[in-house]
Design a protein around this ligand. Structure first.
Ligand code: NCD
Ligand code: ZN
Length: 351
């Protein structure tokens, strides 16, 4: 049995860092493992301009623990009225790496999102020309569509036509959760379509939200699906296909905001993310594909150089805490903290 594994330092291609005190609390957990992260723009207010993207990047860099090397890759929140010139400038000035499309109303802080793809066609044209990736929260917002079918409906009704209309646009279907999404991305061999997969969607099915009662800390969007979908995600993630890569979607919410009558969607996985993914690859006897998923496929899709350095994980009880304190008695619940995982990241003296 393999007791230790060393891989090139990985990247997190989908991360929510928030701002202010939460940013300062959660950032060290990601910076400890990852060389870079694609940072989501769904702040309040959202990051919609080059100057807001630059300022947010500065705040992230200021919040980094001293001596830590970590590069935040910024994204712009797409709105119906986004000016294509702003996107071009942001990309050319190397502030924005990508643009994030939230269908309006699909998830946390998506109220300023896109109401119809046609409204942003001019922006997508510019991005296609620049080779700038579009990151999509792929869920239908039609209230008539069942919550568990929203991803599949989005693929049929919105994504497939969009890919046809913009044949050279680079697209990442974010945090995929279904067999339909896994098959759709797997079948595309053009190299311009890829998907991120979270640790929770590889490790749990929707039963986790209802085990012995309502479990809000397993609630995220897109919501966990039935077992057949989890198995499909595990198949493609561990297959060695270049089209799938690591994106934690770590999304911290203060405990009280989740344990509420109308609880927030989002799972805070940053403290245990890499160990959780490794557990999946280990269970699937696919350790030889772990490095590509974590450290290569994403950066190749984005056209980034490999990270310097390595990380090592050993087979021993994971000591990440069950919750992380925010001060004032507030805290954030950690995904699979408290020894639930059998792998542990060895702290590196230089990071
Ligand atoms: C994310 C958040 O809290 O910002 N929540 C989630 O459940 N994943 C938003 C998102 O990525 O959908
Ligand atoms: Zn997200």
């Amino acid at each position: 049995m393999v007791q230790s594994i060393t891989i090139r330092r990985p990247d997190d291609m989908h991360l929510h860092l928030r701002d202010d005190a939460v940013l300062r609390t959660v950032l060290p957990y990601s910076a400890r493992q990852f060389g870079r992260a694609i940072v989501m723009p769904n702040l309040k207010p959202p990051v919609t301009t080059v100057s807001a993207g630059r300022a947010y990047r500065e705040r992230i860099l200021e919040a980094l623990p001293r001596g830590t090397s970590f590069e935040p890759l910024m994204t712009c929140y797409l709105c119906d009225n986004t000016d294509p010139a702003e996107i071009r400038t942001g990309f050319e000035e190397r502030v924005f790496t990508a643009v994030k499309l939230y269908p309006a109303g699909a998830t946390t802080h998506s109220e300023y999102g896109v109401t119809a793809i046609d409204r942003v066609a001019n922006v997508l044209d510019v991005m296609q020309g620049l080779g700038m990736p579009l990151l999509i929260h792929g869920e239908s917002t039609d209230p008539g569509v069942d919550v568990f079918d929203r991803e599949a409906a989005f693929i049929d009704c919105t994504l497939a036509p969009l890919l046809e209309k913009f044949p050279a646009l680079k697209v990442v279907l974010e945090h995929i959760t279904t067999e339909q999404a896994a098959d759709f991305v797997y079948a595309d061999t053009s190299g311009r379509l890829a998907a991120t997969i979270t640790p929770q969607h590889l490790l749990f099915n929707r039963n986790a939200m209802f085990t012995g009662g309502l479990r809000p800390h397993y609630y995220c969007l897109p919501v966990l699906k039935r077992e057949q979908h989890r198995l499909a995600l595990r198949r493609v993630a561990t297959s060695g296909s270049r089209s799938f890569f690591l994106g934690t979607d770590s999304a911290p919410h203060e405990r009280g905001a989740k344990e509420a009558a109308c609880g927030c969607a989002g799972i805070f996985s940053a403290p245990t993310a890499l160990e959780a993914y490794l557990t999946v690859f280990d269970q699937e006897h696919a350790l030889d594909h772990f490095e590509a998923f974590a450290s290569e496929n994403g950066r190749l899709f984005y056209g980034l150089p490999p990270n310097e350095g390595t990380v090592t994980l050993t087979r021993e009880r994971n000591e990440a805490p069950r919750k992380v304190a925010l001060g004032d008695g507030k805290s954030i619940e950690t995904f699979m903290g408290d020894g639930e995982l059998p792998w542990r990241l060895v702290d590196h003296p230089n990071v």
